[in-house]
Design a protein. Structure first.
Length: 349
């Protein structure tokens, strides 16, 4: 019995620690707080390490004291009654008081220490130099991210959705807004979370130092499809970023071929234009993602589907199947109209 009380929690604790360590070594996904790709996330990770270390130590000490107490507990038998409880003023009682007072003081000191460490982390986050920062506005919507790359010259502003491309080594200031409910912007490899509160603008400054693809996720429950509200950052060398941005500033490509041309006509005469924009055409609504360069994105509907021909067709036919409740209606288009629409949208590179 006694062995179990000590060993069982200890074994479970060790098993959990090993799982955590294995996950930290390689989880295969690039949505990882413990593998920061920039200074902000690195500062947050340092804080996490300190918190983990302190809490693990406290936990271990508490367990060790518990084990000791269980080991030394007075043992009553049928023959002799348990000892009478200590009286105030007993030497044992005085010692026990000192131990409790010491533990309370120690806990208080540790808490103060953790506050100081959090404060230092906050300062480190605020110190990021913003010289030459790229400015991007991100608006959370149920359940997708509207992205606007700002510029002093209005003609250089462009829109995209759900996927950001960032130049490595250049600071980025994100202005975060919400158009409906509270969302939370979270790119674990680049920064901690930031809430998007309707009616307010929050700022988040970050820098990606390592090229790579980093996944993010809305981190505040925002309705039924909240878990299908992913975002993605591709950090690339500056030259590649400039080339991408120049391409994004172009109006939509002209449809190549008769099928795609018919697709554009269908798009512009159908319901799609009530919600979507395609630069260079009359479609200019902002209720749904900007589709000007849709074909250049790797996923559809905020990371829900791969951006393939079949999935695009399936999505247009019945978005409610993939994201029930989504703010895009199903369309009962004839098969060849759907093919034409898909041909048009696939050409929007
Ligand atoms: Cu959300």
């Amino acid at each position: 019995m006694r062995r179990n009380t000590v060993w069982r929690p200890a074994c479970i604790g060790i098993a959990l620690l090993m799982c955590g360590a294995a996950w930290a070594v390689d989880s295969g996904v690039h949505q990882d707080v413990l593998r920061p790709a920039g200074p902000q996330a690195a500062a947050v990770r340092e804080l996490w390490h300190v918190l983990l270390l302190v809490c693990a130590l406290v936990f271990a000490i508490v367990l060790a004291v518990l084990a000791l107490v269980l080991h030394r507990r007075p043992r009553a038998t049928a023959a002799d009654a348990p000892a009478a409880p200590d009286q105030p003023g007993d030497a044992d009682e005085r010692r026990a008081r000192r131990v409790v007072a010491g533990a309370v003081a120690g806990s208080g000191l540790l808490l103060v220490f953790l506050i100081v460490v959090s404060f230092v982390t906050d300062r480190a986050l605020a110190r990021l130099s913003l010289d030459g920062a790229l400015r991007i506005e991100v608006t959370g919507n149920q359940w997708w991210w509207d992205v606007r790359y700002d510029d002093e010259q209005p003609s250089r502003i462009f829109f995209t959705a759900n996927e950001l491309v960032l130049p490595v080594g250049r600071p980025v200031v994100l202005s975060l807004r919400s158009s409906d409910v509270i969302h939370s912007f979270w790119l674990p490899a680049l920064h901690g979370k930031k809430d998007l509160i309707p009616g307010r603008t929050a700022q988040l400054a970050l820098r990606a130092d390592q090229p790579g693809v980093y996944r993010g996720q809305c981190a505040e429950f925002c309705g039924t499809q909240h878990s299908f509200m992913a975002l993605q950052v591709r950090a690339v060398v500056p030259a590649e970023y400039e080339a991408w941005a120049a391409q994004q500033r172009q109006p939509a490509a002209e449809p190549a071929g008769a099928l795609a041309q018919r697709g554009r006509t269908l798009f512009l005469s159908g319901t799609c234009v009530m919600c979507h924009a395609v630069q260079g055409t009359d479609a200019a609504a902002r209720k749904g993602p900007d589709l000007t360069h849709l074909a250049g994105r790797s996923t559809l509907a905020a990371g829900t589907l791969p951006n393939s021909e079949q999935d695009l067709a399936r999505w247009i036919r019945d978005p409610q199947h993939y994201k029930p409740g989504v703010n895009m209606p199903a369309s009962d288009l004839p098969e060849d109209d759907l093919r034409a629409l898909v041909a048009y949208l696939r050409g929007l590179s």
